[in-house]
Design a protein around this ligand. Structure first.
Ligand code: NAP
Length: 304
């Protein structure tokens, strides 16, 4: 099997994969996609479940997405995952969208079962399971500050709202996008939870002074921006603004400590990176494709 496949490979699939056994019937589509850890995790799961197929990486541009989704469907793929930059565009290329994905406005998993392309989003539920795994707490008991209002930020904020978290604050570089997200979630926060003299739902500006004020009224801070993906990126919130009572979750993952995780540890807080979210969103995708429980321990081992 090749490390990465392209549109040209899919157009000549029989020839390109004549010596690939078991056959490729699943994959992750992105641009870039070389860094994706999903193939190692999903292939270990497929093998443990004795499902005779493989999962591959596909380097596909935005202009190619439509053709690729139609090709993989014709080639009897079971499903695909979508990553940057395809999650929003994919909404327009499926026959049916799961209500969660529709609310979030992004699709990260497609199932082609029964000749229907159905779009799902497993990021929010994956995040919730990751928080329980990492910190042994449930979102409903937390005051959460989410940094970012893109695909991941929306999925995470929506999940916090659905699980009726104590308090939700959204900080986004483009303030208006954070505000729009908060407006969309307003109906979830009309209940009587008592959290002191601060609003239960709020969008704030991406500024140190605004974040500093919120830290005292938050339990969990989540980085849902790509800040930290590049070596040398500064922490989205500096260590001196963080505090020991916090849990810090960086959706960015890497083998080295991310700047946000380092800053949290320096401040005496607990911290985790996005590998656990990757694990759980992938396990949920596998459950959608095969309607069976995912071998979570096997999958986790491939990410250690
Ligand atoms: P996206 O839709 O492109 O959204 C990016 C968000 O980050 C936007 O809110 C954007 O703000 C903000 N942003 C971008 N650059 C920034 C900067 N330099 N400073 C401050 N804010 C910045 O991307 P996405 O799909 O949400 O993914 C975001 C990150 O989440 C990814 O890079 C990935 O690391 C992580 N992720 C992890 C998992 C996992 O399983 N662990 C799953 C999904 C995503 P504006 O609105 O101002 O542009």
């Amino acid at each position: 099997m090749k490390e990465i496949y392209t549109l040209a490979d899919l157009k000549d699939w029989e020839k390109t994969t004549h010596d690939v056994d078991p056959p490729i019937r699943l994959g992750v589509i992105g641009d870039p996609v070389a860094h994706s850890l999903s193939p190692q995790m999903q292939n270990a799961a497929l093998s443990a479940c004795k499902i005779d197929m493989q999962y591959a990486r596909f380097q596909i541009s935005s202009a190619e997405l439509c053709e690729v989704l139609s090709l993989v469907r014709k080639l009897d793929f079971i499903g695909v995952n979508l990553t940057v930059p395809h999650k929003i565009a994919a909404l327009d290329h499926v026959d049916d969208v799961d209500p969660d994905a529709r609310r979030i406005g992004a699709v990260n998993t497609i199932s082609f079962a029964g000749k229907t392309a159905r779009g799902f989003n497993t990021d929010g539920r994956g995040f919730s399971r990751a928080i329980r795994d990492e910190f042994s707490v449930d979102l409903r008991d937390l005051r959460v500050l989410v940094l970012g209002a893109g695909g991941a930020g929306r999925a995470i904020a929506m999940q916090c709202a659905k699980e009726n978290c104590e308090r939700l604050v959204i900080a986004n570089r483009t303030f208006e996008k954070g505000e729009q997200l908060a407006d969309k979630l307003r109906n979830f926060f009309t209940g009587p939870k008592v959290v002191g003299p601060v609003p239960r739902l709020q969008a704030i500006r991406w500024e140190e002074s605004a974040c500093r004020f919120q830290v005292a009224n938050a339990d969990l801070i989540v980085n849902a921006t790509p800040v930290g993906l590049n070596r040398g990126d500064a922490s989205p919130i500096p260590a001196q603004v963080l505090a020991p009572h916090l849990m810090v979750y960086d959706t960015v993952y890497s083998s080295e400590r991310t700047a946000f995780v380092s800053a949290a540890l320096e401040a005496g807080a607990r911290a985790a990176n996005g590998l656990s979210m990757l694990l759980h969103q992938g396990a949920l995708a596998l459950e959608i494709w095969f309607q069976r429980e995912a071998p979570i321990d096997v999958m986790r081992k491939t990410l250690l």
